[in-house]
Design a protein around this ligand. Sequence first.
Ligand SMILES: [Zn+2]
Length: 106
Amino acid sequence: MSFTDRQLVEYLPQAQARWQRALMERRRLSTAERLLRARRCSYCASWSDMSATHCAGCRRRFTVADDTEWDATVSRASATVAEAEAVLADLARGVMLERLNGVSHG
Ligand SMILES: [Zn+2]
């Protein structure tokens, strides 16, 4: 496969944009995966084990409100993981960035 100069000029910025998009999605993915592996204390911001009943940082007991917030975080993070994985799969398949942007919801 060979490119003319003109094709290269058109292709390179798009390749760079795809690469940056993939990097961004991987960052979103790892942040969301971290949220799914550990829970964060709303009081001291320490990370604790998912099944922990007390904060690893300040030893405060997680409350019902914390659990509710945690549930919301988990469902948001799960949605983010699914979305980022779908975009990365599309990028790997060569789906055009413009089409991805058309279907993305944030
Ligand atoms: Zn804490």
